[in-house]
Design a protein around this ligand. Structure first.
Ligand code: ZN
Length: 168
């Protein structure tokens, strides 16, 4: 199978993981870590449920992969994530010495793979990790857009309901 087909296939798994976050009312971002052609760990965004600002999908997947492989470094691993990693997650990936990071949608607000800054391009920091962006970007981004549209509609509905109940 070609690399791009494999990338699409593993990104589909990251999307499945993102949908788990969505079901819990969390911003739908999902990640998987692949080692020797197999998924060894998955993670999804859950900062609200965990009361943890660091509970991003990538951090969860990195922790689980390191646990499974019994190594705090993940040199032969590729991490797939549906959204461009933030600076915190990019920092964790550098510490893990990941071989490769593949992301879906770009994040113009917090993306640290080129959208806001590019930590991976900093030669003083990184000699280990290659980046591929834009894999199934449309599908990954649509998941996020749908989530925020739905959340906005829900907020409007709740404020209307609150107004209504105050009148009685
Ligand atoms: Zn992050």
């Amino acid at each position: 199978m070609m690399q791009s087909e494999l990338d699409n296939q593993f990104m589909q798994e990251a999307i499945a993981s993102a949908k788990k976050a969505e079901l819990q009312g969390e911003v739908p971002v999902g990640a998987v870590v692949v080692y020797e052609g197999k998924i060894v760990a998955t993670g999804h965004n859950q900062p609200i449920a965990q009361h943890d600002p660091t509970a991003h999908a990538e951090i969860a997947a990195l922790r689980a992969a390191a646990e499974v492989l019994g190594n705090y470094r993940l040199p032969g691993c590729t991490l797939y994530v549906t959204l461009e990693p933030c600076a915190m997650c990019a920092g964790a990936m550098l510490h893990a010495r990941l071989a490769r990071v593949v992301y879906g949608a770009a994040d113009p607000k917090t993306g640290a793979c080129g959208s806001v800054i590019n930590l991976f391009a900093e030669e003083k920091l990184n000699h280990h990790t290659t980046i591929t962006g834009g894999v199934l970007a449309e599908e990954c981004g649509q998941l996020l857009r749908d989530f925020f549209i739905q959340r906005r509609a829900q907020a409007i509905h709740e404020s209307l309901t609150a107004d209504h109940s105050q009148k009685h």
